[in-house]
Design a protein around this ligand. Structure first.
Ligand SMILES: Cc1ncc(COP(=O)(O)O)c(C=O)c1O
Length: 334
């Protein structure tokens, strides 16, 4: 099949069963590998759907400017969609996200506005949103998709990602876990999977330092793209049965080459699979984990892009993981 443009190639990512990472007593872990999606993550799906919905509603005109507050992948997706469709795009992001994300957005031709993250990601995202809304007030050409509120976000997962998963997995899916950014992924996919199998258990995954759904306090963390310190409007809070809280150290540790899962960032899935036990299947989504690191610091001296996290790195070095090889190939590790 020959696609007319890159947007037509969005979706239909593979599902890969982890072989080496889980033990015999664990559930099998199926990873829907969104790292192979156009734009490198699941968020290109929501970017396209929000833009298509706005075009259909007549909100987006050819001279419109797309402005979105985001901590990462959604910005990359919107920059890509904006570039293909010819919209000027501005992405407003915390200055604590990796340099790689910022460069990618700029590479697609979008402008980046950085907002200082003084140690509370929730406050910073709030400021990003306010900045976007101010730009809208000042310029009627500005359209703010507002992924945290836009129903086109969970809708694409309900109607596309979720159905893709059902088509791909023949047997029952007993568990599903997803990190919460806007909540669109867990809401849309969760609703589709639960409609077919009401017995499924769904886990929301939150970073320890922004476990707001679990009633925790919000600080800073390195798990970019989830744990934005807000309870999003699009999140269906009844869709998950439980919450898995993952520390930065656990997330980073499972992303190490030694753990045989480097490219997939599967920490919560690993823990929940042990809990679910054998003969069950657990589904998880992942993107390529090199976005988790800032290559400039990581390869040379293994420091993280957020200086306050250096303590974690010291601990991991003590545990024997010496460096991150960013040229890892998925086929080596699963
Ligand atoms: C693999 C994966 N899961 C979950 C999320 C969070 O997505 P959402 O904003 O739909 O909650 C992201 C965000 O980038 C992601 O890449």
């Amino acid at each position: 099949m020959i696609y007319k443009n890159v947007l037509e190639a969005i979706g239909y990512t593979p599902i890969i069963e982890l072989q080496k990472m889980v033990g015999e007593d664990s559930a099998r872990v199926l990873v829907k590998y969104e790292g192979l999606n156009v734009g490198g993550s699941i968020k290109t799906r929501t970017a396209l759907n929000m833009i298509l919905a706005a075009e259909e509603a007549g909100i987006l005109k050819p001279d419109s400017i797309i402005v979105e507050p985001t901590s990462g992948n959604q910005g990359i997706g919107l920059a890509l969609v904006g570039a293909v469709k010819g919209y000027e795009t501005v992405i407003i992001m915390p200055d604590s996200v990796s340099e790689e994300r910022r460069l990618l957005v700029e590479h697609y031709g979008a402008k980046v506005v950085l907002i200082h993250d003084a140690g509370n990601i929730g406050d910073c995202i709030d400021e990003c949103v306010k900045t976007a809304l101010r730009m809208k007030e000042e310029n009627p050409r500005v359209y703010v998709p507002q992924q945290f509120e836009n129903q086109a976000n969970p809708m694409v997962h309900r109607h596309h990602t979720g159905l893709e998963i059902l088509e791909q997995v023949a047997g029952p899916i007993d568990g599903f876990c997803s990190g919460i950014g806007t909540g669109g992924t867990i809401t849309g996919i969760g609703e589709t999977l639960k409609a077919l199998n009401p017995q499924i258990t769904i886990w929301a995954v939150e970073p320890e330092n922004a476990a707001i759904l679990a009633g925790g306090t919000v600080g800073n963390h390195i798990q970019m793209g989830i744990g934005d310190g807000v309870i999003p409007t699009v999140l269906n809070q009844c869709i998950y049965e439980d919450i898995a809280i993952i520390s930065d150290e656990e997330a980073l540790h499972t992303a190490m080459p030694r753990q045989r899962a480097a490219p997939l960032r599967v920490c919560p899935a690993w823990l929940i699979a042990i809990y679910l036990q054998a003969s069950k299947s657990l589904l998880y989504l992942s993107y390529f984990s090199n976005r988790f690191f800032n290559p400039r610091f990581c390869i040379s001296d293994f420091r993280l892009y957020i200086p306050i996290r250096e303590e974690i790195v010291k601990n991991i070095i003590r545990k024997g993981c010496k460096r991150v090889d960013l040229n890892l190939n998925i086929h080596h590790f699963i």
